[in-house]
Design a binder for this molecule. Structure first.
Ligand code: CUA
Length: 339
């Protein structure tokens, strides 16, 4: 009997130490959405259960090894017993109850995470190798940053232009694959950010050479600040062509592959683009002018700059952009004369 009491106390102490230790060990990123609260609760229950069962097994083994070890001069066999219907009933029934309990709790958490708010803000997410674009259909705004108002549910309607990507913001916990294809392949994800701050969307599906760099800013702001931002993004561009062009190259993710400062990327840098000729991979020099730039946007494989690969730049910008936008981007590129 004394052995049971000692083992019981050791199991309780070990469970408490392990459970508190794991939960307070900062294993999780910041909790920045309502969905994260529900998911973390589920995790915490699992951590407590795991701590208990690991303690139970390890304490029993260690206690037996130490207390019932073979003594010098003792050559007799240990005591053993065979068959115990009561014990077998317990170790079948108790885990069964726990597993059913976890299933019920898990189902409740899932319905919490997927709860629909009719007032949700809709955002279309377009993924392509290797950038993210966010469209706000209520206002017509387009951005390469995901601005969200705090404490309002957002309904992300996601699709891919090419291969499978995956939308993941660790601080929001939820994750969803983003698929190519028609309307029926659009995937939805609901998030209610409950903390202001800056986070990152990380692509969580291996999608090509620049998969690791397929990131986008997520910026959660107060509702008033969000309204100001979304209105500004939605406004028609009535400035100089080059200024508008700069806005499009930001919004459409061009800069995730083409740098403005000469640093190397998936595509050629735009620094000093207009200072002369560019060498193509077949050894012919090309005069950089508006016609070449326009062709490079709508038909990127027509000419490949030396040292770069064909079929890397998406070939569908002619569909994504209006002719006016393309010409404005060309106007912006024509200003890239700096060293
Ligand atoms: Cu997109 Cu990985």
């Amino acid at each position: 009997m004394i052995h049971f009491i000692i083992v019981g106390i050791l199991v309780i102490v070990s469970t408490l130490l392990m459970g508190y230790g794991l939960i307070n060990a900062d294993l999780f990123p910041t909790q920045a959405s309502q969905q994260a609260v529900a998911i973390d609760q589920l995790f915490h229950v699992h951590i407590w259960l795991i701590s208990f069962f690991v303690s139970l097994i390890v304490v029993f083994i260690l206690y037996s090894l130490v207390v019932f070890r073979r003594r010098r001069g003792d050559e007799s066999d240990g005591k053993y017993f065979e068959g115990n219907a009561k014990l077998e009933l317990y170790w079948t029934a108790i885990p069964l109850v726990i597993v059913i309990g976890l299933a019920v709790f898990g189902a409740g958490t899932l319905s919490d995470v997927e709860r629909r708010d009719p007032g949700a803000l809709e955002v279309n997410v377009i993924a392509q190798q290797w950038s993210w674009r966010f469209e706000y259909p209520e206002t017509g705004a387009v951005s390469n940053q995901l601005y969200l108002p705090v404490n309002r549910q957002v309904l992300l309607r996601m699709r891919s232009q090419d291969v499978i990507h995956s939308f993941w913001v660790p601080e929001f916990r939820v994750k969803q694959d983003v698929l190519p294809g028609d309307e029926s392949f659009v995937r939805e994800l609901r998030i209610t950010p409950n903390e202001e701050g800056e986070f990152k969307v990380r692509c969580a599906e291996l999608c090509g050479t620049e998969h690791y760099a397929m990131l986008a800013d997520v910026i959660v702001v107060p509702p008033a600040e969000f309204e100001t931002w979304v209105t500004a993004q939605a406004a028609e561009c009535d400035e100089d062509d080059a200024v508008c062009g700069k806005r499009w190259v930001n919004q459409y993710g061009c800069l995730s592959c083409h740098s403005l400062d000469g640093s190397s990327g998936t595509g050629p840098t735009w620094q000093g683009l207009m200072t002369g000729t560019e060498m193509m991979d077949d050894g012919t020099p090309i005069n950089v002018d508006a016609i070449y730039l326009h062709e490079s946007i709508v038909d990127p494989n027509a000419k490949i700059v030396e040292g770069f690969q064909p079929n890397v730049m998406p070939g569908n910008f002619a569909e994504q952009l209006t002719e006016e936008q393309i010409n404005q981007i060309v106007a912006f590129l024509l200003t890239q004369t700096g060293e």
